[in-house]
Design a protein. Structure first.
Length: 240
């Protein structure tokens, strides 16, 4: 399949995807997606050891997001909550979606961009959830960040629609469908976190761009200022 993109004939489009050079297991050790999965599993094991991942007191002590606590200054819960999960089914579904979306997105955006997108999306989802959610609900999970990764892939569809159509297959559609089903059909799921994560992922992808943009000077600082400035304002509103 050929591309045509102005003067350089679309050569930068081929730089959007970084395929592994071999199938060696050592490549997985370099994957930020695998690193995040390992952190999530370790956190889950610790929850099970010290009270159980379905025990609300254990979750709160470990760093779950409780809106009223965040509003009273415990802002760090916006970050820690995205590495905790409620029960085996929760972490299993999120791990499946994260592996499928994450291993794809990190080849598009590279390691450091992927990590920034993941954390920022999770933060955006938790900020929106804190603003509009119930004050005493205990919230945990990587779903907001995972929706953010999906949002970053959707940004690829806006920027490179023909490439998006060519490379996106059933793996992406299946992962999105699973998360949407969880969001809107199972009681107790934090839809605000998913919406915020999806929007945050799209926005941070717009701000950071792809490795192809490094040929033209890298990410535009003013885009990052807009995105992180907006998140800062949301946090200031919550803590006010």
């Amino acid at each position: 399949m050929s591309f045509n993109d102005g003067e350089n004939g679309g050569k930068d489009r081929y730089k959007l995807i970084r395929f592994p050079r071999s199938n060696s297991p050592l490549n997985y050790l370099k994957s930020p997606t695998i690193s995040i999965l390992v952190l999530n599993v370790l956190a889950f094991i610790m929850l099970e050891i010290f009270g159980g991942s379905e025990d609300l007191n254990t979750l709160v002590v470990a760093g779950a997001k409780v809106n009223i606590l965040v509003q009273h200054g415990q802002w760090w819960r916006l970050f820690t909550a995205m590495f905790l999960h409620y029960g085996l089914l929760h972490i299993a579904l999120n791990s499946y979606s994260l592996y499928n979306l994450g291993t794809f997105a990190e080849r598009i955006y590279g390691g450091w961009r992927f990590v920034v997108m993941y954390i920022t999306s999770g933060l955006a989802g938790n900020l929106l959830s804190t603003m509009f959610g119930q004050p005493y609900v205990v919230g945990v999970g990587a779903s907001g960040a995972i929706f953010g990764i999906a949002g970053s892939i959707l940004y690829l569809g806006v920027r490179r629609p023909e490439l998006f159509k060519y490379i996106i297959g059933s793996r992406f559609i299946t992962a999105i469908a699973i998360n949407l089903v969880i969001s809107f059909t199972i009681p107790g799921i934090d839809a605000w976190a998913h919406i915020g994560g999806l929007a945050g992922g799209f926005a941070i992808a717009w701000a950071l761009g792809t490795p192809a943009d490094d040929m033209y000077g890298g990410p535009a600082w003013w885009k990052g200022a807009i995105v992180f400035g907006a998140l800062g304002l949301m946090l200031a509103y919550i803590l006010a």
